[in-house]
Design a binder for this molecule. Sequence first.
Ligand SMILES: [Zn+2]
Length: 172
Amino acid sequence: MAQDSGVHDGPMAADAKPDPTLIAFLRERDAPCPVCSYNLRGLAASKCPECAAPLHLEVGSSSLRLGPLVLAIVSFALAAGFDLIVGGFFAVGSLMSSIRGSLASWLGPALVAGVLGAAGLGCLAGIVLLVRRRAWWNRLGRRRQWAAAWTTFACVGVGHAVLGAVLFAVLA
Ligand SMILES: [Zn+2]
């Protein structure tokens, strides 16, 4: 993770020092340039002869791919966005009803605003947790990450369907 881009090396550093390990690795192997896909077999310097991108050898892991994490975060983010926007509308509605003075008319919208606000903040907390527990997530491995991500997606979806139904039943 710490040195995945090579940006901090700059092209000068790559030109100045051909990495012998990289050169040896590519002597007998076909490997595409990660930037332009040019075949780097037989590379003589630590940069791509086609696009001049600086190159380095690194150990990768499929556990670091972002797909499952993005799915989990997007699940929470969509729900949080919906909850907070719709909750905000109900809060404004409640405020306007309370100005007109009838208790019964503002209590319902206030309840919806409170529940949606809490749900939205809960989803935001889920995003913060995922980002802060990144090392734990990475160690789950690819298969369990996808399982956790789809479980998050399903739980957030079903949770909101249930929440909507309960609110509708209480208020209707
Ligand atoms: Zn290239």
